[in-house]
Design a protein around this ligand. Sequence first.
Ligand code: 16G
Length: 244
Amino acid sequence: FSTTSWQQRSGGPRYLQLYRHLESAIKDGRLAAATTLPAERELATLTGLSRVTIRKAISQLVVDGLVIQRRGSGSYVAPQMKRMEQSLSALTSFTEDMQRRGKTSSSETLSCGIYLPSPEEIVALGLPSDGQVSRITRLRRADGIPLAIETSSLSTEFVPDPSRIETSLYEKLSLEGMRPSRAIQRISACKLTEEQAALLEVSEGDAALYIDRTAYLPSGRVIELTTGVYRGDIYDFVAELRNA
Ligand code: 16G
């Protein structure tokens, strides 16, 4: 802690100053993951702040997922995810992307079922007017850290039971000879809603990337429509450009 050289500034509540100081030290790695924070009493001595102020700053760090508090063994810095570069030129799946990085991916199904399609889904997926759509919303994690929330819609003709998607949609499609060969992806900026932020363990209103992907089979038929929000504090989308 002493290496992060705390200095009280004038202006703003003191707990917020200490919070910001520790937040930036954690985010830029000066305070590494698993570092134990000094006890409240010790922090009060080091900073000249009251224990109430220290407690308030630490509680906020805990709420924001930067610090983990364990009864009896004090507080320590939570594991942070470094920014990740995601190529925009390869049609890969979340599971494959994480595997390539040596991370363990996992998915939590937030909702899943067969629904009446929206007008957009009817058009994009080429559904008959009385057709149905398989839809699944998943919270996607790497090494236990939530990175994105994705909703995928597919024709029930291709995926009659979305609950069977389980871990990897693309793996399931590949096994059935329906892996997409091409996709159009659109990326826009968005802010996380309260519900999205809670799932992604960040703050409401934080910047994120809204991505929508329409993926095609070699026949030209759309197989997948996926929309998702990706954490803006983690993802960098990178494309190689060539002189036209
Ligand atoms: C990626 C795709 C998403 C696809 C998913 C399949 C982006 C922006 N989106 O997250 O469209 O449905 O991979 O992943 O890359 P899975 O095979 O692990 O289920």
